[in-house]
Write a protein that binds this ligand. Structure first.
Ligand SMILES: [Zn+2]
Ligand SMILES: [Zn+2]
Length: 157
C-alpha cells in the first residue's frame, strides 16, 4: 500500500484522453500530470499530436507546467509556503500567471488556448482577473475572450 507514491507515474489511461473528433479550444490547466493541455469541450487531456503544436510550443508548455507545478505543489503541501503559493497563484502579475498568459498567446497562433485560473473550491469571480471585464459563459465555465483566461466558476443550478 502506498508504494506507488515513490514510482514513476503511469501513462494517462485511455479513457481520460480527449476523443473528440476535432478540438476547437484548449485549456492550459496544471493537473499534477506532465501534460496540462485539456480539451475545452470534454475537459480531458489532449495529446499534443492532436493539436499539431511545434516543438518550440511543446517545450514552452512543458516548461510552464513544471514552473506552475512547483508553486501549485507548495500550495497543496499546506505547509510553510502555503500562503505564499496561494498569493502567487491568485495574482495576475505573478510569474506563474504571466508565463501562463504568454504561453496561451503563443499557442493561440495554432488553436485558442485559455489559462485555467486558480480558484479554490466554492470561490466565485464575475470579472476577469486581468482586465476586470465581466466574464462570459463558455464551454462549461466562464471566460474572458480577449485575455484568454478561463475561470472555473461552479455552475449554479
Ligand atoms: Zn475533447
Ligand atoms: Zn480579461
Amino acid at each position: 500500500m502506498g508504494n506507488h507514491r515513490l514510482q514513476p507515474p503511469a501513462p494517462t489511461p485511455a479513457d481520460e484522453l480527449c476523443e473528440c473528433l476535432s478540438v476547437t479550444a484548449v485549456l492550459l490547466c496544471y493537473a499534477l500530470v506532465p501534460n496540462p493541455l485539456r480539451c475545452a469541450t470534454c475537459n480531458k487531456e489532449v495529446i499534443p499530436e492532436k493539436l499539431r503544436l511545434t516543438a518550440a510550443q511543446i517545450e514552452m508548455v512543458a516548461g510552464w507546467n513544471n514552473f506552475y507545478g512547483s508553486v501549485y505543489r507548495l500550495w497543496l503541501d499546506s505547509g510553510e509556503y502555503e500562503n505564499w503559493a496561494k498569493t502567487e497563484l491568485n495574482t495576475i502579475a505573478s510569474p506563474v500567471n504571466q508565463r501562463g498568459i504568454k504561453c496561451c498567446e503563443t499557442l493561440s497562433e495554432t488553436i485558442p488556448v485559455y489559462l485555467w485560473w486558480f480558484q479554490e473550491y466554492g470561490e466565485r469571480r464575475d470579472r476577469c482577473p486581468n482586465c476586470n471585464h465581466r466574464l462570459i459563459a463558455a464551454f462549461n465555465w466562464d471566460i474572458c475572450e480577449s485575455c484568454r483566461i478561463l475561470v472555473p466558476n461552479e455552475r449554479l443550478e
